[in-house]
Design a binder for this molecule. Structure first.
Ligand code: TRP
Ligand code: SF4
Length: 404
């Protein structure tokens, strides 16, 4: 199999079930998911086993958190007709791949992931010196590799996890992708190419192998893909180009999500634990109340004191929500004390409510009928499972383990 052909641009991402999501999640991640699903096959899943790595003492909240979070996905426009939505723990295949990958993964790779030591010291009230927590990135690698995903949209904090997934895939392919007959197979396949293409391929392969031109390796792959050869012939030539190994697991790439432009109500990062967030589905009156109470430039003690938008968290909301005309009105009004802060906040309140209205509407049917959410996840899980099982057959095969 060659994943480049079978799964052209598959996108995969997961989120730990933290319950109801906030606008930071929307502007940070979900907006991006909604965009990606328009033109790429997307797999989005609830990483509930990952939640257990830190919350193993309170597994009982995970089901309701999953439900609430998936409704928020749907509310923001993640579309089950376009994307495949599922729950990690319902796919034991992830656990099997995690186990098999674990056999050959050096401990040091896991110990040196930056989030590992960081989290252990950040979350001091939890005992994270567990096998499960150390294995967090390996489980994530299994999540990704089992779908042969090409792109993994994540925030900057997750990039090391994608890097280790690449290393793990490469190591797997090196260990188990050897094919002693590759040269003979590749020679036979090349004989089916027109002379000119065959010579060009040979030149590219030499350039890549002997002179280390990476782009030549890519050009060789492009030439093979564009050729009229049969699938097995293409596979043999690709394997030869890659140094005599079959690529069983595809190396994924991080698709860095642009940093959310929306901070929390107090100007720090928006986070439920800081108490500075607005939920994706929040009562209108509560949204109004929260924004009205937002801190502003501390220099504006009285209405007549001029202020500086750069020192005010409300300005950050204008940057996320307002057009240039409105921003200009704020800049002038604030620095000249021409407008009051409540006045300044009103367009932000209106914009947030306008953004949330369609979300509330999209969520309503699922709130009224939770069975709809279950059906979506059932269908998504069944679809994901087909792919996961295919990969596991290849993985077992490569390792000489028999599939049932
Ligand atoms: N670790 C990710 C996070 O905390 C969640 C996650 C688990 C994930 N498995 C994944 C993300 C696979 C992308 C791909 O956000
Ligand atoms: Fe902030 Fe607007 Fe008040 Fe200026 S006028 S301090 S930008 S809320």
């Amino acid at each position: 199999m060659n994943c480049a052909d079978t799964f052209p641009e598959r996108v995969l991402s997961g989120m730990r079930p933290t319950g109801a999501l906030h606008l930071g999640h929307y502007h940070g991640a979900l907006k991006n998911w909604v965009r990606l699903q328009q033109d790429k096959p997307c797999y989005f899943f609830v990483a509930d086993w990952h939640a257990l790595t830190t919350h193993y003492e309170s597994p009982e909240v995970i089901a309701s958190h999953t439900h609430d979070m998936v409704i928020d996905w749907l509310a923001t426009g993640v579309d089950p007709d376009k994307a495949t939505l599922f729950v990690q723990s319902r796919l034991p295949e992830h656990a099997e791949l995690f186990l098999l990958l674990g056999m050959g993964t050096p401990l040091a790779w896991l110990e040196r992931v930056p989030t590992y030591k960081e989290q252990i010291s950040n979350l001091k009230d939890k005992d994270l010196l567990t096998y499960g927590f150390l294995g967090y990135p390996l489980l994530q690698a299994a999540d990704i590799l089992i779908y042969q995903a090409r792109w993994v949209p994540v925030g900057a904090d997750q990039v090391p996890h994608i890097e280790i997934s690449r290393e793990i895939a490469r190591r797997f392919n090196t260990l188990y992708g050897k094919d002693p007959q590759i040269e003979a197979k590749a020679r036979a396949a090349a004989a089916h190419l027109p002379d000119e293409e065959r010579q060009r391929l040979l030149a590219l392969r030499r350039g890549a192998d002997q002179e280390g031109h990476v782009d030549m390796r890519e050009q060789a792959h492009a030439l093979i893909s564009a050729s009229k050869l049969s699938r097995p012939d293409k596979d043999a030539l690709r394997a030869q180009v890659d140094g005599g190994r079959r690529s069983i697991l595809r190396e994924p790439e991080a698709l860095l999500t642009p940093e959310s432009r929306l901070p929390g109500l107090d100007g720090r990062k928006m986070s439920k634990s800081y108490g500075n967030s607005i939920a994706i589905r929040e009562e209108r009156s509560s949204v109004e109340h929260k924004i009205r109470r937002m801190p502003t430039d501390p220099a504006r003690v009285r209405r007549t004191d001029p202020g500086d938008p750069e020192k005010c968290p409300v300005w950050q909301f204008h940057l996320a929500y307002s057009d240039e005309a409105c921003r200009e009105w704020v800049r002038r009004g604030c620095t000249s004390a021409g407008i009051g802060c409540l006045e300044c906040k009103q367009p932000v309140i209106d914009a947030v409510l306008r953004e949330q209205q369609p979300m509330l509407e999209r969520a309503q049917p699922y709130v009224d009928n939770p069975a709809l959410v279950r059906d979506i996840l059932d269908a998504g899980t069944a679809k994901a499972q087909q792919t996961a099982r295919e990969t596991m057959r290849e993985v077992r095969d490569a390792m000489g383990l028999r599939s049932a």
